[in-house]
Write a protein that binds this ligand. Structure first.
Ligand code: CA2
Length: 148
């Protein structure tokens, strides 16, 4: 059976590749999606990458994943540090969750050092640039039993 991995992205990540390249690099989310899709192989495992600036929409997508996704890779962006609502939604999801941060949040401001989502994540990839998404998908393929 074909499985789906959701790659969910929070606020302002639509700007990836267009602003602050010294922090977030030059790749766009479309580049990330293409590389992750190639890694997943397409036929057997599909990746669905989405980005939203609206917290309720993110929560709806996490609920959708309860029926439609074998695993969630999530970069919650600023909601990482603020949102009990995103954590609660992830706690209601039964599959594996990998948290990704492009930058090394621990080298940055103090307020970025705490993540609500980490209390739920099965794995965390931090500070590996946009390659972190591929590392997360690779781990997710192992967790859902679809490693090549
Ligand atoms: O390092 C990460 O991936 C973050 O999740 C990115 C968030 C930040 O609030 C977290 O502390 C760490 C910010 C996402 C904003 O993305 C932009 C990308 C390019 C240009 C401007 C913003």
């Amino acid at each position: 059976m074909r499985q789906t991995i959701f790659i969910l992205n929070g606020p302002n990540l639509n700007l990836l590749g267009q602003r602050e390249p010294e922090i977030y690099g030059r790749d766009t989310l479309a580049d990330v999606e293409a590389r992750c899709a190639a890694l997943a192989g397409g036929e057997e495992v599909r990746v669905v990458l989405r980005q939203t600036n609206h917290e309720g929409e993110m929560i709806d997508w996490i609920h959708e994943a309860r029926h439609d996704a074998a695993g969630i890779v999530i970069n919650p962006a600023a909601w990482t540090h603020t949102s009990v609502a995103v954590l609660d939604a992830l706690n209601a999801y039964e599959g594996p969750v990998i948290e990704v941060h492009i930058s090394n949040v621990h080298k940055r401001e103090e307020f970025r050092h705490h993540s609500y989502v980490s209390a739920r994540a099965d794995g965390i990839v931090i500070g590996c640039g946009t390659q972190g998404y591929e590392l997360a998908v690779s781990r997710m393929l192992r967790l859902i039993g679809r490693e090549k």
